[in-house]
Design a binder for this molecule. Structure first.
Ligand SMILES: [Zn+2]
Length: 449
């Protein structure tokens, strides 16, 4: 029993066609014109609608522990929201667990998610500055089925620049991707200290407490390492257009640097930190001023970023309003569900990017980077039947009531959109259709690369 979508505008890898697409036993089996259904095939007419590869959100934190608190979205609620926004695959994080080896920590996280994710998933393995690691560990990650490591230049996971250099060298030997949260720790901690000395503790100081020069400086150091020894690194959640420009120039020189940005940095600026509900917008790195935001949009439209992710890390308003200081407010916002709608509106609906290029940013490029391609990230025969159907004419006003995250809010409340996902198909299963979530139990698989 197969599924046949007919008459849609189908986004293939290098072209957009009008036609039909057939999925059988989880895989795409045929793409073409006037495909003939078998007796028991489900046929859905999607004329006038756009058929895209399922979105891959390559940066989410579900059920993340922060001290004794967990983020409000667990695997079930986070991935359910993801499906409702056209996301079929997420890449979450495994963190080192005390008493376990890195490989055991990775295995623990994958087992924790198995049976609870509605989307398919992979993970990035975090190595922190005080986790012993060697080349053998990194080889084991690859053998386990993942291809990427996460490093931090700040927080408890902090790794100094010399160690980062070492990881980049080791990762090159085994062809692992190294993704890096880049905010220079000294710049951030000095700034925070200065603010506290002046009793500037309110959330309105969140933006200035982690200035964009901290990001710029850390990224500059990483680019330098890559350039010196022909290494490669991936910068996560770039928040400022100034950093974007730095990356763009490095790429033009041939440096092997890749980067992602997030919808919130493109859509919002630091004025929100003056609001009475500013906590709802606290994430790291923070939102930037309007000049840097507009510059970020320029870089984004120029193609500086390889893909867009959300850094989904949801806290409930209760968890957010527990403090009114910038340094104690839980940092992170929900986002997976609104990834496609926001980016679609900023690009395709705005007439600033075509469907094909947008789809590369949301699906093909992250799949290629993290070893999921061509199983994922593309509509072609033999790939998984992961599909999102978008109605380009559907007008939606995003609101806190509309989103499915357990955080029960969106930072994009009130934003008017034209073009919205109406159906999400995971490996041939219709998981979401016309506002209704249809997957009974979580059926997401761990996808190895
Ligand atoms: Zn993150």
């Amino acid at each position: 029993m197969g599924l046949l979508l007919t008459g849609g505008t189908i986004v293939l890898e290098d072209e957009v066609i009008i036609g039909d697409i057939k999925i059988e036993n989880e895989l795409i089996t045929e793409i073409g014109e006037k495909l003939v259904p078998l007796n028991n095939d489900t046929v859905i007419d999607v004329t006038g609608k756009q058929v895209l590869p399922g979105v891959i959100d390559a940066h989410v934190h579900y059920k993340m522990a922060l001290g004794k608190v967990y983020t409000v979205d667990n695997f079930e609620t986070g991935s359910r929201a993801a499906i409702c926004g056209g996301v079929t695959t997420v890449i979450d994080y495994a963190e080192p667990i005390e008493g376990l080896s890195l490989l055991e920590s990775l295995d623990y996280r994958v087992k924790e998610a198995k049976g609870h994710n509605f989307t398919d998933f992979s993970v990035h393995m975090t190595i922190s500055g005080n986790t012993p690691y060697n080349l053998d560990d990194i080889k084991k990650f690859r053998a386990y089925g993942i291809n990427s490591i996460k490093l931090y230049t700040t927080y408890d996971f902090i790794m100094n620049y010399d160690m980062i250099f070492d990881v980049l060298r080791k990762a090159k030997e085994v062809n692992m991707v190294v993704t890096i949260h880049s905010e220079d720790n000294k710049i951030v901690t000095d700034k925070i200290k200065e603010l506290l000395e002046h009793n500037k503790t309110g959330v309105e100081f969140h933006g200035v407490s982690r200035p964009s020069k901290a990001e710029y400086y850390a990224v500059e150091r990483i680019i330098d390492m890559c350039e010196q020894e022909d290494l490669s690194a991936h910068i996560v959640h770039v928040s400022s257009g100034l950093t974007g420009e730095l990356i763009s120039k490095a790429k033009a020189r041939g440096v092997k640097i890749s980067a992602e940005t997030c919808p919130h940095y493109l859509m919002l600026n630091d004025e929100v930190y003056k609001r009475t509900d500013a906590q709802l917008f606290v994430m790291q790195p923070p939102l930037r001023n309007e000049y840097e935001r507009l510059k970020l949009i320029d870089e984004f439209l120029k193609g500086t970023f390889d893909f867009v992710t959300t850094d989904h890390c949801a806290y409930s308003p209760h968890q957010k309003f527990i403090s009114n200081t910038f340094y104690e407010t839980n940092g992170g916002i929900p986002g997976t569900e609104t990834l496609l709608p926001i980016i679609y509106n900023q690009t395709v609906s705005a007439g600033k990017m075509d469907l094909l290029n947008m789809s590369k940013l949301l699906s093909t490029n992250p799949a290629k980077k993290f070893g999921l391609y061509p199983k994922k990230g593309v509509l072609k025969v033999g790939s998984y039947g992961d599909v999102v159907v978008v109605d380009p004419d559907l007008e939606v006003v995003l609101s806190n009531d509309k989103v499915h995250t357990a955080a029960d809010y969106t930072t994009f409340d009130g934003i008017k959109l034209k073009g919205y996902p109406i159906m999400t198909i995971l490996r041939g299963m219709i998981a979401y259709r016309d506002g209704k979530f249809l997957m009974g139990d979580p059926k997401g698989n761990f996808i190895t690369c």
